[in-house]
Design a protein. Structure first.
Length: 360
C-alpha cells in the first residue's frame, strides 16, 4: 500500500515561519484531484490557497483558526478511504535529501517526537541531539499542538488571522530580547516650523513622513539599531528600510519604505502615500510588506501622548511618535531597543540627533 502524501505548509515569504489555518475547502475524507485547492492559509503578507499534492482522499484533524508552522504536515492524501492519520509515520516537515544530511537520525527522531519543525533550526549546517535539546529547553511549542482547555468562566476571543500571527511573532521575540526604552521631547513649535519650511519647498508632508526620512538618514550612524540579535550574534542589515505601522480598519500592516528609493523627503512622502493607498485598496503585496529593518509607530492622530512601542521580529528597535502634550511645548519620541544590540546612552544619542534633525 503506497504511503500517504503529506500536505505541507509552504513558505510564502522568508520572514514568515507560521501561518493561520483559515478555512478547509473540502471535508476530511473527501476525494480530491491533484492540484485542487483544499485549504486557505494566511500569513502576515497574504492569504493563499494550498493545493492537493496528489489525487486521493484528503484526511486532516486540525480545526480552523489555529497556528501552523511552515514546513508542518497539516493533512494527508491517502489512496484509500478511511485512512487513519494518527498512525501515519510522516515527519513534521519535508525531509529532502539535503535535509536528511543536515540532521542526524537521532535528531530527526527527537524533532518528530516533539512535534517540532525543521525550520526551528535556521542557519545550522548540522543539527545533532544537543541542538534539538537546546531548542526544546528554550520553550518552543509546536503551533499544531492541541489548544489548552478553556476555563468555564471565559470564552475564546475570535481574533483575526493577522492578529494571531502578530501575537505568535511577538511571543517569540519577547522570549529572547532584552527590551529597554528611552524617550525625548521634541519642541512642537520648532517641528511645525520645519514642516512649514519643507512644505514651502516641496509641498506638505506629515510628521511621520519627515521622521521616516530622517531615520533613514540616521541609521547608517547607528547600525546596531538597524539589525537584530540571533544565534548568539548581532547582525546588521546592509541597507535601511523603515516600516510604518498602519491600522485603518483593515488589520494591522507594516508597509516598508526603502532607503535606496528615498533620496529626498518628497521620495519618502510619495512612497508612504502610495503604500497607504495600496493598504486601503487591499492591494499591498508581500514585497511591499517585507524587508523592514526598523519600524515607526505613529499614534499622534489618536491623541496618545506617551506609549511604549513593541519591537518587531528580526529587528532591534522601534520608534514611537506621540501627540503633543496638552499645555506643554513638545511631544515625545519613544525608542524601544534590544539591549543586547545597543544601550541607553546610544539610544539617547540617536533620539537626540533625530530631535535636532526634526527641529532644524
Amino acid at each position: 500500500m503506497p504511503e500517504p502524501v503529506p500536505l505541507i505548509v509552504p513558505r510564502q515569504n522568508t520572514n514568515d515561519d507560521q501561518a493561520v489555518l483559515v478555512k478547509w475547502l473540502v471535508e476530511s475524507g473527501s476525494k480530491v484531484a491533484a492540484e485542487q485547492p483544499v485549504v486557505v492559509l494566511e500569513t502576515t503578507k497574504a492569504s493563499f490557497d494550498v493545493n492537493a499534492p496528489a489525487e486521493g482522499y484528503l484526511v486532516y484533524r486540525l480545526d480552523t483558526r489555529v497556528m501552523v508552522d511552515v514546513g508542518a504536515t497539516i493533512a494527508w492524501i491517502a489512496d484509500h478511504a478511511g485512512f487513519d492519520p494518527d498512525g501515519a509515520a510522516v515527519s513534521a516537515a519535508p525531509a529532502s535529501a539535503a535535509g536528511a544530511e543536515r540532521f542526524s537520525r537521532k535528531a530527526l527522531k527527537m524533532i518528530k517526537d516533539a512535534g517540532l519543525s525543521l525550520d526551528a533550526f535556521p542557519g545550522a549546517d548540522r543539527v545533532e541531539v544537543a541542538d534539538v535539546e537546546r531548542v526544546m529547553a528554550g520553550g518552543y511549542v509546536a503551533k499544531t499542538a492541541p489548544a489548552a482547555a478553556v476555563p468555564a468562566d471565559v470564552e475564546p476571543l475570535q481574533q483575526s488571522p493577522s492578529k494571531m500571527i502578530e501575537a505568535a511573532a511577538l511571543e517569540r521575540v519577547y522570549r529572547q530580547i532584552v527590551p529597554s526604552t528611552v524617550a525625548i521631547s521634541v519642541d512642537e513649535a520648532a517641528l511645525q516650523r520645519r514642516l512649514a519650511a519643507v512644505a514651502a519647498d516641496t509641498g506638505p508632508v506629515s510628521v511621520l513622513e519627515l521622521a521616516i526620512f530622517e531615520v533613514l538618514g540616521l541609521l547608517g550612524e547607528y547600525p546596531e539599531l538597524n539589525g537584530y540579535f540571533a544565534g548568539g550574534r548581532a547582525h546588521v542589515y546592509r541597507k535601511p528600510a523603515v516600516g510604518f505601522a498602519v491600522n485603518a480598519g483593515k488589520s494591522l500592516k507594516v508597509p516598508v519604505v526603502r532607503g535606496e528609493q528615498a533620496a529626498t523627503i518628497l521620495d519618502v512622502a510619495r512612497q508612504v502615500r502610495d503604500l497607504f493607498l495600496s493598504y486601503m485598496r487591499d492591494e499591498l503585496t508581500a514585497a511591499q510588506l517585507s524587508g523592514g529593518t526598523f519600524t515607526i509607530t505613529d499614534l499622534a492622530a489618536q491623541g496618545v501622548v506617551h506609549f511604549i512601542p513593541v519591537i518587531n521580529e528580526r529587528q532591534s528597535a522601534i520608534l514611537g511618535i506621540c501627540a503633543p502634550r496638552p499645555g506643554a511645548a513638545g511631544r515625545d519620541l519613544v525608542l524601544t531597543f534590544d539591549h543586547r544590540m545597543s544601550d541607553g546612552m546610544r539610544g539617547a544619542a540617536f533620539l537626540g540627533e533625530l530631535r535636532d534633525r526634526l527641529e532644524a
